[in-house]
Design a protein around this ligand. Structure first.
Ligand SMILES: Cc1cc2nc3c(=O)[nH]c(=O)nc-3n(C[C@H](O)[C@H](O)[C@H](O)COP(=O)(O)OP(=O)(O)OC[C@H]3O[C@@H](n4cnc5c(N)ncnc54)[C@H](O)[C@@H]3O)c2cc1C
Length: 483
């Protein structure tokens, strides 16, 4: 391990377990460490807890046979859940983490419920970013191709009982749980450096209102500082395809936790990977078709929309359009359209293709083929579920994803690239949250979870797996640090 600057003679503060960052991973770690009897202090650079977790949709990926799944009529098993996650989060997904996460998912569901997270036993049965209801269960691509051929489909997106975005409620519950277990917090305190003494991480230096603060951690430091999407330089160095897009964050994802650990020799994984939110309405995409700049379909339209986003960014450089007819548009109720309006209308596919700059005739050709298959209720090209297959009839409209969407609570749609992203790569950790060095050995006294670490993910992402692995491995990191 690389020694950092000299250990201070005295520390301003002392605790057993020091958690850096009070998002979902930090709250889960603080709860478990405090419940194990450790003195716990959480530092956060912001003026209060929450991080990106509090802004999130609150979807948590859980399965294997939870009571909510059973109440909605679905059988599931840890094996089927793991099979789906291996495929959806790969290539490069962490097999050991996925196996454990799936095996203990029902127990993690009960842990969340015991802390006070409510889930309603009802299903939102259509593709969506965030359903407009308080239904507690949703599909996240499990019933779309190719996953239908790889694992028995079961919906696993569990949502706290909140209309629209549930992250605020989730964080209120988790922070209250950590506090009642005895964890203390200090805000406006940004950790800047890990202090190493006698071969182990012994604490941190931090900045608070322009002054240095030193904190000693007798048992361990848990880094739960989030990812690095807000640091454009770090993005350019590790994940250049994610630069220049809207950031999915609370503005504090500057990678400081990851860099602090790298400075003492920590290893990182999957730093180039990211979630890609695409500014489309999943219900419209499923009812219509998506085409690329060559006027060709390029992805299964009824799958998890983040998978569409990755295909659109990584393969098509966001040069994609949503094509719908009047019925497809009207079938999605206005409040669920999040302010989306067609950018171009035309009486024929050929005219629409010309209007949006596609090669002449390409859209008409694509639509003729799609409509022939849709009339037969089959989609040999992309295997869209028959439920969403219907020939599209003129007049037709093209939705420009670059115009953005206006989710509930946002006053206007922001124009951009059509992509909003966050990072998935981070510190290399064991299933118990220990941070590994470049040689694969645990760094004594250092733990990490959430987006500061590389969690379940390889290149793929499914909603709910960030709050899911953040809370699950955050708990394990907190418990290990307390021992
Ligand atoms: C609008 C939106 C919707 C989303 N929806 C979902 C969803 O439904 N399901 C899902 O799984 N994921 C969702 N996500 C992604 C998910 O919210 C995040 O990936 C996840 O919350 C990260 O959790 P975390 O605990 O690692 O980090 P965070 O929740 O971001 O917490 C990190 C904390 O660390 C603090 N911090 C950072 N650096 C320092 C430092 N040096 N010193 C002290 N403190 C520091 C920050 O201030 C912050 O409070 C969504 C995100 C957004 C923004």
């Amino acid at each position: 391990m690389v020694e950092t600057s000299e250990q201070p003679a005295t520390f301003d503060l002392e605790t057993d377990v020091l958690v850096i960052g009070y998002g979902c991973a930090g709250a889960a770690a603080a709860f478990e460490a405090a419940s194990a009897g450790a003195e716990v202090l959480v530092l956060d650079r912001a003026g209060g807890p929450g991080g990106a977790s509090a802004l999130s949709g609150g979807e948590i990926y859980l399965g294997g046979g939870t009571p909510i799944q059973h109440a909605c009529g679905f059988d599931d098993s840890p094996e089927q859940m793991a099979a789906f996650l291996r495929a959806a989060l790969g290539p490069g997904a962490d097999a050991a983490k996925i196996e454990l996460y799936s095996a203990e998912s029902v127990a993690h569901f009960h842990w969340l419920v015991e802390r006070g997270v409510p889930f309603r036993p009802s299903l939102w049965d259509a593709p969506a970013w965030v359903p407009p209801t308080d239904d507690g269960l949703m599909w996240l691509g499990e019933n779309s191709w190719p996953f239908t051929e790889l694992a028995t489909p079961a919906p696993r997106g569990h949502r706290p009982t909140a209309q629209d975005f549930g992250g605020k409620l989730l964080m209120e519950v988790l922070v209250a749980a950590a506090e009642s277990a005895g964890a203390r917090a200090q805000y406006d305190s940004a950790a800047t450096e890990l202090i190493v003494a006698d071969g182990r991480v012994a604490g941190v230096r931090a900045r608070r209102y322009g002054r240095e603060l030193t904190v000693r951690a007798r048992r361990g430091v848990v880094l739960t500082t989030g990812g690095f999407v807000d640091d454009e330089q770090m993005l350019a160095a590790h994940a250049p395809r994610l630069t220049g897009h809207t950031k999915v964050s609370a503005g504090t994802d500057d990678g400081s936790g990851i860099r602090m650990a790298q400075a003492i020799g920590a290893a990182v994984r999957h730093m180039s990977t990211g979630q890609v939110g695409i500014a489309l309405i999943p219900g419209l995409a499923a009812r219509g078709i998506l085409v690329n700049g060559r006027g060709r379909r390029f992805v299964t339209e009824d799958t998890y929309p983040g998978r569409i986003g990755q295909a659109a960014l990584f393969r098509e450089d966001m040069g994609v359009w949503v094509i719908v007819d009047e019925r497809a548009f009207e079938d999605v109720p206005e409040p669920q359209r999040w302010g989306v309006r067609p950018a171009h209308l035309a009486e024929t596919a050929a005219e629409l293709g010309d209007a949006i700059g596609l090669p002449h005739g390409a859209l008409a050709e694509t639509l003729t083929r799609y409509n022939e298959f849709a009339a037969r209720g089959t989609d040999p090209d992309f295997h869209k579920a028959s439920r969403w297959l219907r020939p599209l009839t003129p007049p037709l409209a093209a939705v420009d994803i670059r115009a953005g969407v206006r989710p509930p609570g946002q006053s206007t749609a922001r124009r951009g690239t059509g992509a909003s992203v966050f990072t998935l790569g981070g510190l290399h950790t064991t299933v118990d949250g220990a941070v590994l060095d470049l040689g694969g050995a645990p760094i004594p006294g250092l733990f990490a979870a959430g987006r500061a670490s590389a969690g379940l993910h390889g290149e793929g992402y499914i909603s709910g797996t960030s709050l899911g692995d953040g809370t699950f491995f955050g708990r394990r990191a907190g418990a290990t640090a307390a021992r």
